[in-house]
Design a protein around this ligand. Structure first.
Ligand code: ZN
Length: 197
């Protein structure tokens, strides 16, 4: 499995392109901005799906370049694609409309897209509908768990109590998966476990 990382937009959001080498299809996780640049980075590959870790404006700003692609989000964050107050876009001066989601994900769901096996974990706290996607040995944590940190809870739908529960849940996973967060550097579960000890 290959993972390309693009950092896009004013808030430096990590957009991930995930694919098996030789496969003509790829997954796009959190096209936060600069949709055209992300499409170009795909090269000859077709986007099989866009997976959103949550609905904040800085994770969805590039969606308009993916109107031909299935868009997956947790239903509790669906409102963020329609409402710039909920997406925090209003607070940051980005009220441009987003395309609607086409598919919903939920806790424990398993998907197979672009020949990749994906497991969905619902990890509320940063937003009501935040999810983490596990693909192979990579865990895409959105703004729930960062390298040496965790997401803010002061935006609409945020809850510190839920976030602490979600972060603890991720840190208890038995593997040492790579953590690929919505902003900043990658990490690993072992490194983050050590940090919180
Ligand atoms: Zn966020």
């Amino acid at each position: 499995m290959k993972i390309d990382i693009l950092t896009v937009g004013p808030v430096q959001t990590n957009c991930y392109i995930v694919y098996n080498e030789g496969n003509s299809r790829a997954l796009v996780i959190d096209p936060g901005d600069e949709g055209k640049k992300i499409r170009e980075a795909l090269g000859d590959k077709q986007p099989a799906a866009v997976l959103l870790t949550h609905g904040h404006f800085d994770h969805t700003g590039g969606l308009d370049a993916f109107s031909d692609t299935p868009i997956y989000i947790h239903p509790a964050d669906d409102v963020m694609l329609m409402d710039a107050v909920w997406s925090a876009g209003s607070a940051f001066g980005d009220e441009s409309p987003r395309p609607a989601a086409t598919d919903y994900v939920q806790e424990g769901q398993k998907l197979r897209l672009a020949d990749l096996d994906i497991t969905v974990m619902h990890v509320p706290g940063h937003t009501l509908g935040s999810v983490a996607y596990q693909i192979g040995d990579a865990l895409f944590t959105g703004d729930t768990l960062f390298c040496r940190g965790y997401g803010r809870t002061d935006l609409p739908g945020g809850s510190m109590e839920d976030l602490v529960r979600s972060v603890r849940r991720l840190l208890k996973l038995e593997k040492n998966w790579m953590i690929l967060p919505g902003h900043g550097d990658p990490s690993t579960l072992d490194a983050e476990r050590k940090y919180y000890q």
